[in-house]
Design a protein around this ligand. Structure first.
Ligand code: PEP
Ligand code: MG
Length: 746
């Protein structure tokens, strides 16, 4: 019985292939296909619904329903049984369709006389393309064999849709990958970029979904899987002791040897699919599952399976990691996700980056920020939409991506870029001037850094120094813990490049969102409030000691500024400082030169430190407000959580009052104070911070120009009055009155 249905499946696919080989317009081909499927499945009706836009399905061809309904009948996603298949990606098999939940009667199609309904999604690698439906008068459920056969056909249809088979004169479909597409994501790094798509992982194109000789396909699959297993084993022997990589590779090995996976692909082949189409069918199923799974462990494993399927497809199609295409001169990198080390390999050659996943605090985002490359994350289905070489415009400020933009978008974008270029020129002209306000106060503007790639900005931005050097970035972009000698060489290069300008090195700030790839992640219920930064440094002091030694050696007698992250109470500061003192004594004993001056300070990132004892304020030499963390704790709003992270305004009166209190305390105790969170680089926020008394800000290099430019045109005394007045009036945020004030000043 199974064999009989297999050979019928194969026969149907063979007929489909022959139909495709004939000349004909897209619509004619679709019509022919519905006719073939209905005939071979023994049903009165076969219909193909394809997505017109993201939310609308259109009846594109039918055998059995009224022909005048073609291109007229449309359904919203989720509407009716067809819409349900499209929305859930799951089949609907109903003996009595009109009484099935969600049924919607469409009189124009004449479908009321058909009782049984089977709908399967047409999808390719998790991308929804449409729905394939068969219906018949007899009330019966379709057998699992019939369901399977229809799924195989849907898979072939998906491949054909992808290949543009249905495009042409009188086309049922507009050509895919040719239309302008706008995708809305989230800002990862501000800035605009225009260029051409460079896919981090080019799509594998399967041109032969249907095969004639199942035996041959089965041999091809077996050989490819053998090759794959061999390469996984080889990777396993080469990986060394890296636990995480081992875990991933073990998962690969498990899948590569999985009997279920092989069996399903063999079944697909027996029904007429080529080896590559069989791999892709299984990959599609896994991707569809991926979008429905919340468990992070399972998601990881499904990702592993996806990677493995990609490798297998490349072996089968002979399409290597890079398909021979040449990287465009103005590449905009498109990827589902990317690791920081891979991103660093591309370096500054990239104009922009668009990721389908990622998060604001991800390592890739940190690197993109350090390289000042505009980045949009969560950009929907970009890896499915974009093709190598497509024209693309990235608006990092708004988190918007225009793929294959039309002329009006191009013109509007050009205007925006021209205005930005003009502004850049203005900033360059004030680069060597101080940030002195109209009321005569001078604000020190420093830059944040963390990678060697940042250092040229010290010169070009006009920064007075590095107010925050995030040392963890060097740890994050590696696959193993750096050695002391490597760190020392690196810090030496940083200090050399700074040419005497002050660099504040913050000791390792890991944990929370920053997880080292080679450290066992802690399964903590609340990582942002967990074992992170100085808490790790003090509990496991080996790394902190190594880092302090490396810094002292790199200074080689030059002045050194060290800052401890995430200090929440005096004792932590005292303990960290004691480690530094010990390191200094030890280095001196070993005969290394000691810095001529060592400044020791801490980040102020927890509200507790704002209320620390006077003795702490007297003792610590400088404080730097880490507004990113401080704000998340002040408002109890996770900085990584898209839902809440923008909910509270930095210019909220309570938060400003809180910051003002810290300023006053530092004035009283004569403690140097700066602000190094992202808000320091936002011009309006920067103005307000200086209006309440901050005199030193540290920010992304690209922000120094805009902030300085605005400061030089502002009277802080007048602004202070505006803020006081807003407070007096009981306003929640001072943003509006401040904007109004700035507008009135032109
Ligand atoms: C901060 O918390 O504001 C800060 C500058 O540190 P990070 O963003 O590295 O946590
Ligand atoms: Mg912080």
């Amino acid at each position: 019985m199974v064999e009989r249905t297999e050979s019928e499946s194969r026969k149907l696919l063979g007929r489909l292939r022959d139909a495709m080989a004939q000349e004909g317009a897209g619509q004619a081909r679709l019509d022919k296909i519905t006719n073939l499927i209905a005939d071979s499945m023994g049903t009165e009706v076969c219909s193909i619904y394809l997505f017109r836009d993201e939310n609308t399905l259109e009846l594109c061809a039918t055998e059995g329903l009224k022909p005048e309904a073609v291109h007229e009948t449309r359904l919203k996603l989720g509407e009716g049984l067809v819409g349900r298949v499209a929305r859930t990606g799951k089949i609907v098999n109903a003996a009595d369709a009109p009484s099935a939940p969600g049924f919607r009667f469409m009189p124009e199609t004449g479908e009321e006389i058909y009782s049984s309904f089977l709908g399967v999604p047409i999808q390719r690698l998790g991308e929804k393309l449409g729905v394939l439906v068969v219906q018949s008068k007899t009330a019966r459920e379709f057998s699992s064999d019939e369901v399977y056969a229809l799924e195989v056909v849907a898979m072939v249809l998906a491949e054909m849709t992808e290949l543009g088979v249905f495009v042409g004169e009188g086309a049922a479909l507009s050509a895919r990958h040719q239309q302008p597409v706008m995708l809305r994501g989230t800002t990862g790094q501000e800035g605009t970029a225009v260029g051409h798509v460079w896919l981090h992982e080019p799509r594998v194109v399967v041109t032969n979904p249907i095969a004639e000789d199942p035996h041959r396909e089965s041999v091809r699959l077996t050989e490819a899987v053998d090759q794959l297993r061999g390469s996984v084993d080889e990777m396993l022997t080469n990986v060394g002791g890296d636990k995480d990589q081992l875990d991933v590779l073990e998962a690969y090995r498990m899948f590569a040897n999985s009997k279920g996976w092989m069996r399903r692909m063999e079944e697909d082949i027996a029904r007429g699919l080529s080896a590559e189409a069989a791999v892709e069918k299984e990959q599609s199923t896994a991707r569809a599952r991926l979008s429905q799974v919340n468990d992070s462990y399972l998601r990881e494993r499904l990702h592993d399976l996806d990677d493995l399927s990609n490798r297998l497809l490349r072996i089968l199609t002979g399409q290597g990691n890079h398909t021979g295409a040449e990287m465009p001169a103005d590449p905009v990198l498109i990827a589902r996700n990317i690791g920081p080390a891979e991103l660093l390999d591309y370096g500054r050659s990239l104009r922009g980056i668009v990721l389908e996943e990622g998060s604001v605090g991800s390592h890739a985002a940190i690197v993109a920020r350090a390289l000042a490359i505009p980045l949009v994350i969560h950009a929907g289905r970009i890896t499915n939409e974009a093709l190598n070489g497509d024209h693309i415009m990235v608006d990092g400020d708004q988190g918007i991506v225009h793929l294959r933009p039309d002329d009006t978008v191009v013109a509007a974008f050009r205007d925006k870029i021209a205005m930005q270029a003009e502004a850049q020129e203005r900033y360059a002209s004030i680069r060597d001037l101080p940030a002195t306000t109209l009321c005569g106060k001078t604000i020190d503007l420093h830059m944040n850094a963390g990678l060697m790639a940042d250092l040229p900005s010290l010169e070009s931005s006009g920064a007075e120094g590095v107010g925050l050097f995030r040392t963890e970035l060097q740890f994050l972009v590696r696959n193993q813990m750096p050695k002391r000698s490597e760190l020392s060489a690196l810090y030496t290069r940083v200090l050399d490049a700074a040419r005497g300008k002050r660099v504040v090195f913050r000791t390792l700030d890991i944990g929370s969102d920053k997880v080292l790839p080679y450290m066992k992640p802690n399964d903590e219920p609340n990582p942002a409030l967990g074992w992170r930064a100085i808490r790790v440094g003090l509990d496991k002091p080996g790394v902190l000691r190594m880092q302090l030694q490396a810094l002292i050696r790199a200074a080689n007698g030059r002045p050194l500024a060290i800052m401890f992250p995430f200090i929440a109470q005096y004792e932590e500061y005292a303990a960290a400082k004691a480690e530094l003192d010990k390191a200094l004594t030890r280095e001196k004993k070993l005969g290394h030169p000691i810095p001529e001056k060592v400044e020791v300070g801490t980040m102020l990132e927890t509200p507790s430190l704002a209320f620390a004892t006077r003795s702490f304020y007297d003792e610590v030499e400088f404080l730097s407000i880490g507004g990113n963390d401080l704000k998340q704790f002040f408002f109890a709003a996770d900085r990584e959580n898209e839902r809440v992270r923008r909910r509270y305004d930095t210019l909220n009166v309570s938060f400003l009052s809180f910051l003002e209190r810290i300023v006053e305390r530092c004035e009283t105790s004569n403690t140097a104070l700066s602000f190094c969170g992202e808000d320091a680089g936002r011009p309006i926020e920067a103005l307000c911070l200086t209006a309440i008394g901050l005199r030193s800000l540290s920010m992304r290099p690209a922000s120094i120009g805009p902030v300085k430019s605005l400061l030089r045109r502002t009277d802080l005394d007048a602004l202070r009055k505006v803020i006081a007045d807003a407070r007096h009036r009981g306003m929640q945020s001072v943003r509006e009155p401040v904007m109004e004030f700035l507008r009135s000043q032109g």
